[in-house]
Design a protein around this ligand. Structure first.
Ligand code: MG
Length: 203
């Protein structure tokens, strides 16, 4: 499986990192080794001093598809969760300033913890979901999928025109504003509405 991520999908987050909003989604990928085993802590890596959290709605692809039209895209997923797109911001800034790919700042081991999946049928429409991140009990991020620049179905249409999607692939759909650093011993908890889907300790 592969993990496909969208960058700059909320205008307020693009602005907080001084990034322009693009005409097409900004796409990058993480390998399957970025997934974390449930209930294991996240170990702060030695190559960074500035790991940031980015809380994102995650969509699980349920069948193979290529060149999926937007109007049919909803048939390619039936479960969603929340994930953290951990980013080594110091490394990313260094690579970006040289015009180099920022893969290593995004794709390292454990950089994509994902919570429990729930059926989309039990939820509001996909573009009307509220989610939030608490660190040590304090709210840090609040997202509403209505504010996505590119909808989930549009992202699926766009990505599948280049890359075949397969059952089990995960789509990280971008973070709202409020990203920031984590530190050792932090407890991260992500909620979709009032359901806690992810709980993660930093070691
Ligand atoms: Mg992100």
């Amino acid at each position: 499986m592969k993990i496909i991520c969208v960058g700059r999908n909320y205008a307020a987050h693009a602005a907080e990192l001084n990034n322009p909003v693009e005409a097409n989604p900004v796409i990058f990928m993480k390998p399957d080794t970025a997934l974390m085993q449930p209930r294991l802590p996240f170990f702060y890596p030695s190559f960074s001093n500035d790991i940031h959290y980015e809380t994102e709605l995650v969509v699980k692809i349920n069948k193979v598809g290529k060149n999926i039209a937007k109007k049919f895209a909803h048939r390619y997923y039936d479960e969603v969760s929340l994930g953290i797109d951990f980013t080594a911001r110091d490394l990313q800034s260094k690579l970006k300033s040289k015009g180099l790919p920022w893969e290593l700042a995004k794709a390292f081991d454990g950089s994509a913890p994902v919570g429990s999946f729930i059926s989309k049928e039990s939820l509001n429409p996909i573009q009307d979901l509220h989610f939030s991140l608490f660190i040590n009990g304090e709210i840090r991020q609040k997202g509403h999928t209505a504010l996505m620049l590119f909808t989930v179905d549009k992202i699926i249409e766009f990505v599948s025109s280049y890359i075949t999607l397969k059952k089990g692939d995960l789509l990280f759909t971008g973070t709202p504003e409020g990203v920031g650093p984590i530190k050792k011993n932090d407890l991260l908890e992500a909620y979709l509405g009032d359901q806690k889907l992810l709980s993660l300790k930093i070691k």
